[in-house]
Ligand binder design. Structure first.
Ligand code: SF4
Length: 199
């Protein structure tokens, strides 16, 4: 729980231009939030256009849905933002992709940004990690079907992982009745962990 070291890391992340130098059209600085005392770390894919404007992770429509899920597990948004850590696999807005949606960060960008996640984990030491969306889930838990991952708590390297699907409205997986049941199961497990771990 070293706030000074974390503040130094945050400064380094804010000034990072590795992806720009590698030729990627990122259009924001790094976006993340949270203290070194956090016990939960939410890791998304990358900030979106709304986050670019606000500088706050998960502050767009997808964030609204994510916080509505977290509320069902007993976490209130304002308190969660103040107490817990929110970051992403790549921390800068990647810009629009070929379709209307945001560009998915390339494997090279993910690799360029990965050392920051190692440092964040090292300094924050969260007991529970919530990877949100395919890219973050793959990073921590490897490739697998969402149907086999959502609603399950995994233990790896002394930490617990509770994956959640990407809360974007563009994620059609969310609309299936079976998916809704899996999300409800995941939030039930999260509520249970909140009590057990005093999160
Ligand atoms: S996405 Fe990560 S590695 Fe790329 S410029 Fe932003 S902070 Fe640096």
């Amino acid at each position: 729980m070293d706030e000074a070291s974390l503040a130094k890391l945050h400064e380094e992340m804010r000034h990072c231009r590795r992806c720009l130098k590698a030729g990627y059209p990122i259009t924001s600085g790094a976006i993340f939030s949270g203290p070194a005392t956090a016990t939960v770390m939410v890791v998304g894919q990358a900030p979106g256009v709304r986050e670019k404007e606000t500088g706050l992770p998960f502050s767009g429509p997808a964030g609204k849905r994510l916080f509505s899920w977290l509320a069902k597990a007993g976490f209130e948004e304002e308190e969660f933002r103040a107490m817990q850590y929110i970051t992403a696999i790549t921390r800068c807005y990647p810009g629009k992709g070929r379709s209307r949606g945001d560009r998915v960060p390339t494997a090279e960008e993910r690799k360029l940004c990965a050392p920051f996640l190692v440092c964040e984990l090292d300094l924050v030491q969260p007991g529970l990690i919530i990877p949100v969306g395919r890219v973050a889930i793959d990073h921590f838990l490897g490739r697998g079907k969402l149907a086999d991952l959502i609603g399950v708590v995994f233990e790896k390297d002394g930490r617990l992982f509770l994956p959640l699907p990407h809360p974007s409205g563009a994620n059609l997986w969310l609309n299936r009745p079976k998916s809704q049941a899996l999300i409800r199961a995941a939030l039930g497990r999260l509520r249970q962990l909140k009590k057990e771990m005093a999160l």
